[in-house]
Design a protein around this ligand. Structure first.
Ligand SMILES: Cc1ncc(COP(=O)(O)O)c(C=O)c1O
Length: 404
């Protein structure tokens, strides 16, 4: 039976107001976007999406598929088989229905390969970094973050409510100084290989700085996994820090492993803490089975063919040597990223466009995605590039280089 509310003894019932006629929609609320767009155009900072065909004739030196595994038949098969067996989606968050045996298998394989006690897989490397930084900090924690860190670590710091101090790039003594005198929990965060210039962080010295002050170290090994360390087992293994009680690392499954997703690796108690507290883990649908299956297949392939890691590093060194010999300002690569300085954002955009017109896809990094305001052509070395392809890429880059 419908419930009639009793008349209020305290308030007069307000007279029913006739429903106002809806106003016509006006775009004025978004007019500010046109102003922002015009500013981007003026500054040469417009970004556009360029959907690629499945079989592009262009030579790719822009993707992060360092080992050439994204389209490897075994990896594609691992992804397809997982989708058929487990479904197209994970069906829920990891704590509800989104944890399959495949996720657990991938976590064990990643932990073992990289030398850590435990691992937790998330839907992206971005989510893994947010999870690690926010779950390992609280109000009052001091976070010391390298000035060249990836946006996902920076966003983790922003979300964390901790006090963040930005340390000069790759400077362990600055990290030590920032940690000095802080009473309480502290965490230093760094990329292992910086995405913009491809230089490596001084991990042993950073670990020493942290240990001298009782701080934990979090390393984003997105560009190290599959490239650095024995057979591509990562920068932490290469630095002798894998599995240490005060070290946590994050990885992405979307670069060397040719799939999609991310993971946090560390001591079992840290991983258990993340399962219980990391919001980007708890409130996010589990990684799609196809991505988990693809990553697992790539990991197994890399274990069988460890020479892929060394080849990616060799290709990077080769690119750097030839570009430098041609007079270009290429940064010495520590992993598979090779960065070449451009005189301005406009010049970098034009350079990348000229390369594309000549059949080569190169990345273009410019403000605001670069911490130091320097624009670059960013090349990624792939283990599956042939010597002829390397030579052709260098010829194109040199022939289209801006005149300074
Ligand atoms: C250093 C670094 N960390 C994290 C990420 C994010 O990883 P994902 O693409 O899996 O979200 C990237 C991706 O570009 C990266 O370069």
């Amino acid at each position: 039976m419908p419930h009639d509310p009793a008349p209020s003894l305290l308030y007069d019932t307000p007279p029913a107001t006739p429903a106002a006629a809806p106003r016509p929609a006006s775009g004025a609320a978004f007019d500010w976007i046109d102003t922002a767009r015009a500013e981007r155009h003026r500054a040469g900072l417009v970004r556009t999406l360029r959907p690629r065909p499945a079989d592009s004739p262009l030579l790719d030196l822009a993707s992060n598929d360092y080992l050439g595994l994204a389209r490897h038949p075994e990896v594609a098969h691992g992804a397809a088989e997982a989708a058929h067996r487990w479904g197209a989606g994970a069906t829920g968050s990891r704590l509800v229905t989104g944890s399959t045996e495949l996720h657990a298998q991938l976590e064990r394989a990643l932990a073992e390969f990289c030398g850590f006690e435990a691992a937790l897989v998330l839907s992206s490397g971005y989510a893994a970094n947010l999870a690690a930084v926010t779950a390992l900090t609280a109000r009052g924690t001091l976070v010391v973050s390298d000035a060249g860190n990836h946006a996902s670590l920076i966003d983790g710091c922003r979300l964390s409510r901790a006090r963040t101090e930005v340390a000069p790039h790759a400077d362990p003594e600055a990290v030590r100084a920032a940690l000095t005198g802080h009473d309480g929990r502290a965490l230093a965060v760094t990329d292992s290989v910086f995405s913009v210039d491809g230089d490596a962080a001084p991990l042993p010295a950073l670990a020493d700085a942290c240990r001298s002050r009782g701080a934990a170290l979090l390393v984003d090994d997105a560009h190290g996994l599959g490239v650095l360390g024995d057979g591509g087992s990562g920068a932490l293994r290469a630095a002798g820090l894998a599995g240490d009680a005060d070290v946590v690392t994050t990885v992405t499954l979307s670069k060397s492993l040719g799939s999609q997703g991310g993971a946090v690796l560390g001591p079992a108690r840290v991983i258990e803490h993340l399962v219980n507290t990391a919001r980007t883990f708890i409130f996010d649908t589990g990684l799609a089975p196809a991505a988990a299956g693809g990553a697992l297949a790539a990991l197994r392939l890399l274990q069988r063919e460890p020479q892929r890691a060394a080849r990616a590093r060799q290709v990077a060194r080769e690119l750097h040597a030839r570009l430098t010999a041609a007079g270009l300002a290429a940064v010495r690569p520590d992993a598979a990223v090779v960065s070449v300085r451009a005189p301005s954002p406009e010049a970098a955009v034009r350079w990348a466009a000229d390369c594309r017109a000549a059949g080569l896809v190169a990345g273009c990094f410019r403000p605001p995605s670069v911490p130091d305001g320097i624009s670059r052509l960013r090349l990624t070395a792939r283990a599956d590039l042939t010597d002829d392809q390397i030579a052709a890429a260098v010829d194109t880059i040199v022939a289209t280089a801006p005149q300074v």
